[in-house]
Every structure is written in C-alpha cells, then in structure tokens.
Write a protein that binds this ligand. Structure first.
Ligand code: ADP
Length: 272
C-alpha cells in the first residue's frame, strides 16, 4: 500500500474516503506493475522474431556464403513463420491495448452458438491432422445467445487452438452447451496434457504461461486466455477452467440468452 494516501474525514466522522484512497493507490500500483511487466514481456516477445528474421535475411543476402537449396528453403520458411508469429503478437497486442483504453466495443445480436461452433470446428478440422476428432454436443433447440458473433468466434478459435496446441497425442475435442438460469453454459474439452490445480487460478492473467516443456516449445505470449475471458466478461458472462493433469482440460463460459424477439405486428394494426 502506498504511503501517500490521505484520510478524508467526512462531517459524520466516517473513514470511507480513506479506504477508497488506499484501494485506489493499490490498484494504481498494480496497474503500473502490470504495465511494466507488459512492456518488458512484450518487447522480448517482439524482439525474438525480429532477430530471427534479420538473421536469416542477412545470411541469405550474403554473396560470400554458399547455401544449398534446402537450407535456403528452410530459412525462407523460417522467415515466413516468424513473420506470422509477429503478426499474431501485434494483433493480440492491439486487441489488449484497445481493450485497456476503452473497454471492448461490442456489437451484440442474437445468434445460434451451435451453428457458430460448427462453423469454427469445420475450419479447424480442415487444417489439423487426423489425430484429432471433434465432437459437437450442443443441446438441440439451444436458445440464441445475445453476443458479438465475431468476438465469440475469436473465443472459440482461441480455446480450440489451445486444445490442439496442448494435446500432443491428439484426442477428442468436444464442444457443447445447454441453457441454464438465463444464460447458455458452454464448454470446450480436450484430452491433452492438462493443467495442475494450483495453476488454474493464474491461467487467465495476461502473459501467464504454465512452465512446462510444451509451453516452451509452442508459440504464445500468454495473452489468448486473458483476451478470451475479457471478451466473455464484457458480455456479462463468466469463464473458468477445470483440469486433471495428464488427462485433459475443460474450459467453461456463459453468455446471456437473447430476449425473445418481439411478436410480429400486423402493419394494419400499426396503421389503425
Ligand atoms: P498461450 O497459449 O499463448 O501461451 P494462453 O493465454 O492461451 O496463452 O494460455 C495460457 C497458458 O495456459 C498456456 O501457456 C498453457 O500453459 C495453458 N493452457 C491453455 N490452454 C490449455 C489447455 N487446453 N491445456 C493445457 N494447458 C493449457
């Protein structure tokens, strides 16, 4: 707690002001700390691909070094991959800064989450290898959710891409949902490496990555789940995870159900 807070005594003698101030300072300190971690992690994450691209490009442009075709092709692929990584990072970074600057601007509308999930799964199924099987288990006649469809597409993509990334042996990836207390509760589950219980509360913090071999080998800045949860919370929903180490993980989230659409009114009734 910072030492510069002042006690605001109200005429009634209450200390409400002081408490608010202490909280403000703590929050401000935390924000500043987060900001500096943000900048140092992000600059490291950005510098690495740039350094690799520069290294490959300068080797390729040297006339005194003879490279065989295969090595050249490898370096060009490396440049392409690192550029992709850079583009993804910049995209995430822009999203985070947009969010921190003014919250997320949502364009909510009613839509069928199971249709969207089928759409996103079809796109993934076409690109990932045979080790993965996708199962859709949404309750039939699921009520429409009221949400920003493009943001929810991003949520589904992030969760599915994590399920793939952290399941080296492949396995079944299930998506499903059902209505519950005015919202739709949905999930994505995998049969991957799982997450230790003590890591679960930290997963959604910006830049958090579980320290394991796979995390070191896979790309990521630890922003995906932070963005994903922020999107769900901006819709008034909740998000959490549950996991068994070595068995797999389950990510759950809620979204509000769309209010029933207004009954169609006969034009003649309006004119009357
Ligand atoms: P990234 O994948 O870019 O590191 P995320 O924010 O998406 O960042 O995830 C944070 C961390 O949570 C990951 O680094 C990983 O350690 C862990 N994680 C996320 N999804 C899963 C999953 N489905 N199975 C196991 N671990 C996961």
């Amino acid at each position: 707690v910072g030492s510069s807070y002042s006690v605001v005594r109200e005429p009634t003698g209450r200390f409400g002001g002081a408490i608010a101030n202490i909280r403000d300072i703590t929050k401000q300190k935390r924000d500043e700390q987060q900001q500096s971690t943000f900048i140092s992690v992000m600059s490291h994450e950005l510098k690495t691909p740039v350094a690799i691209i520069k290294g490959y490009a300068s080797t390729l442009s040297r006339t005194d070094v003879k490279l065989n075709k295969a090595t050249k092709a490898e370096m060009l692929t490396g440049i392409e991959e690192e550029a992709d990584r850079l583009a993804r990072l910049i995209g995430d970074l822009l999203e985070v800064s947009r969010m921190q600057a003014g919250g997320l601007r949502l364009h909510p509308a009613p839509f069928d989450l199971s249709d969207l999930a089928a759409d996103v799964v079809a796109a993934f199924a076409a690109t990932v290898d045979q080790r993965f099987e996708f199962q859709l288990r949404f309750e039939p006649k699921l009520p429409h959710v009221y949400a920003d469809q493009e943001r929810i597409r991003m949520v589904l993509s992030n969760l599915i891409s994590n399920a793939i990334k952290y399941s080296p042996e492949g396995g079944v990836i299930r998506l499903g949902g059902w209505p519950e207390n005015g919202h739709v509760l949905s999930y994505v589950t995998d049969e991957g490496i799982g997450i230790a219980q003590e890591e679960l509360p930290k997963l959604f913090a910006p830049f958090y990555r579980v320290d394991n071999r796979l995390a070191r080998e896979t790309q990521g800045a630890g922003l995906g789940l932070y963005l994903t949860k922020s999107i769900i919370e901006a819709h008034g929903g909740r998000m959490w995870a549950d996991s068994t180490l070595g068995k797999g993980s389950r990510f759950y989230w809620t979204l509000p159900i769309a209010p029933p659409s207004l009954p169609d009114v006969e034009p003649s009734v309006i004119l009357a």
